[in-house]
Design a protein around this ligand. Structure first.
Ligand code: B12
Ligand code: SF4
Length: 513
């Protein structure tokens, strides 16, 4: 048992953070405007500072689909380029100057998005903003862009380009998320640099979630996102077409409709590939679903446990099983060889200073292979933000610090400094040699891969910026992934043969991410 006051016995050492992971590349104000290339669009994922407590590896695990999803609707007579400032290749290109610059905006990189937008606009490009922050704070974004895309870019992007061609650009475009998801084209993954990510295959099969937790961006005012699903065959085709051994589903919750997940698994199974996805813990209500996921290649799930306090979960309106049953449910996943990456939010109103030690204990006791922590963050235009604002607990509106690594509100039972100290401590504890070892898989044959993955992911922050800068992410990571896939295919064969009633113990095949 970890002593309750351990997180506070000494100041947690600040982690080393290389400059390029903290500071956006400079934009040269003296650069004169060049000729604009007509029908050339540049799409930008802006830079955001990385939190040195967490793994830098997560930023290059798999790319966001924010831009590639709607890039697929670009008319053929337009040229389109993609630039992710987080890949450390410097500032986005400007020669020739694009006619249109499309930028995705989240609150944590809103300030950088505005800098980029102001720079390109001053030189004659038209700037279009879209993304979560545009939806929650349109009036703040508007002065920096020629047009805002509120909602689904897949529906809006071709309209925007058409209006630009006819010189009729409107200041706001609005689309909902209620159309048939099967009609969306596949994301344009060919735009992505393949060596820069563990896998370029970020798949998305569904949008939305059956829950509406008060702290989640899905609860943003005005966002209507019913649960929509793509045809499983479309997902399979995309997985095949990208030709990678491993895919990450970036769905909010791939498990909201169990019948759908069953059919998706049946479609994925023949591929003999591996994947991971975010699901809620209630998927374990149906162990046959977990078995199907394993047979279909699921090696890991990302589960938003959020909290080990039922009161916190009730306050958030999260429909979830009792926390006292979480351990049994984790065992079900482990029994089918599926590793668990647990996501925990710290700083809820029922959290006291013991939350850090208790959460770390629970994670180690239940051998969660990986864990991700977030300081509770009231995103603007959500019920949580309104509640905190109503209670006068919002400390500031510096969105840069709304990155779930900083306390931006007044917690109930500790100071903001204690919350940040506890957050830094729990990451350091879970990334320590001792904790990694304590959570090793039961099967000794799985241990070498587990250690290799864990050390690369959790203890290599000194090297990640070099791997990223020199385009080595995929080459370094891929052999481990291939080995995992190979072991998993063998495991799946055994699982298929295993008599369900015999209850033979499972083997966690992969671990680390
Ligand atoms: C992939 C992902 C990541 C990746 C890559 C992030 C990146 N920016 O490059 C990684 C793992 C690195 C990551 C990290 C983090 N993430 Co993240 N991440 C996601 C995830 C799972 C998928 C994003 C995605 O591809 N969505 C699918 C696309 C198609 O949807 P979309 O982005 O909304 O885009 C659509 C529209 O908005 C619009 N659109 C978007 N941009 C534009 C631009 C133009 C010009 C137009 C026309 C339209 C348009 O069109 C698109 C198609 O409909 C989302 C959850 C989710 N499922 O969305 C969380 C999410 C975006 N992440 C979130 C958070 C909090 C983080 C972290 C802060 C967590 C942490 N502490 O580490 C970090 C910080 C990163 C950062 N500052 O952005 C939150 C953001 C909440 C908020 N209100 O801002 C989300 C929503 C998760 C959640 N449920 O809370 N993340
Ligand atoms: S379960 Fe997760 S994705 Fe669904 S609403 Fe809650 S926090 Fe958001």
């Amino acid at each position: 048992m970890i002593a309750i006051d351990e997180p506070f016995l000494r100041r947690v050492r600040r982690r080393w953070n290389p400059r390029e992971m903290m500071t956006a590349p400079a934009l040269d104000d003296n650069q004169p405007s060049g000729p604009v290339e007509l029908r050339y669009a540049l799409l930008i994922n802006p830079f955001y500072p990385k939190d040195a407590n967490a793994s830098f590896g997560k930023h290059v695990l798999t790319p966001t689909l924010a831009l590639t999803s709607f890039a697929a609707t670009t008319p053929d007579h337009w040229r389109v380029d993609y630039w992710d400032e987080n890949l450390l290749d410097g500032r986005p290109p400007f020669r020739p100057l694009p006619q249109v610059v499309g930028i995705t905006v989240h609150l944590t990189f809103a300030r950088r998005a505005y800098e980029l937008a102001d720079w390109y606009r001053a030189r004659g490009a038209k700037v279009i903003f879209g993304g979560l922050h545009v939806l929650s704070c349109p009036d703040e974004c508007a002065p920096h862009a020629d047009a805002l895309a509120l909602g689904d870019g897949v529906q809006l992007w071709p309209r925007i380009l058409r209006d630009i061609e006819s010189n009729n650009l409107q200041p706001r475009y609005v689309a909902t998320y209620e159309n048939d998801y099967c009609e969306d084209p596949s994301p344009r993954r060919a735009l992505l640099p393949r060596r820069s990510f563990l896998t370029t295959t970020s798949l998305i099969a569904t949008r939305g979630c059956h829950n509406r937790c008060g702290f989640c961006f899905l609860a943003t005012d005005g966002l209507r996102m019913p649960y929509r699903m793509r045809d499983p065959q479309q997902v399979v085709d995309e997985f095949k077409a990208d030709n990678q051994p491993y895919a990450v589903f970036i769905d909010n919750n791939l498990g909201s409709r169990r019948d759908y997940l069953h059919s998706l698994c049946s479609a994925l199974r023949p591929l003999n590939k591996i994947w991971s996805a975010a699901v809620t813990i209630d998927v374990t209500d149906d162990p046959s679903l977990i078995r199907n996921m394993a047979l279909a290649g699921c090696t890991g799930v990302f589960i938003g446990f959020e909290s080990l306090s039922d009161d916190n979960l009730a306050d958030s309106h999260k429909k979830t099983p009792k926390t006292s049953d979480y351990a049994r449910r984790v065992r079900i996943l482990h029994d089918y060889g599926i590793q668990v990456n647990g996501s925990f939010v710290l700083g809820f109103d029922h959290d006291r200073k013991d939350v850090f030690a208790c959460t770390a204990d629970w994670i180690e006791e239940n051998r969660l292979e990986c864990a991700t922590f977030h300081i509770l963050t009231p995103y603007p235009a959500t019920p949580l933000f309104r509640q905190m604002e109503g209670q006068g607990r919002i400390l500031h509106r510096d969105w840069n610090l709304y990155d779930t690594g900083h306390a931006v509100f007044q917690p109930k039972h500790m100071t903001p400094e204690e919350l940040e100290q506890g957050y830094a401590w729990i990451y350091q504890r879970l990334f320590s040699h001792a904790s990694i070892w304590r959570r090793r898989p039961q099967d000794w044959q799985a241990i070498p891969l587990y250690l290799a993955m864990s050390y690369l992911y959790k203890r290599s922050n000194r090297f990640w910026h070099l791997l990223i800068k020199h385009d080595l992410v995929n080459p370094v990571w891929k052999p481990l992934v291939e080995m995992t896939r190979w072991r998993h295919v063998r495991y799946r064969r055994q699982l298929a043969e295993r008599d369900m009633t015999a209850g033979a113990p499972g083997v966690v095949v992969s671990a680390g991410v």
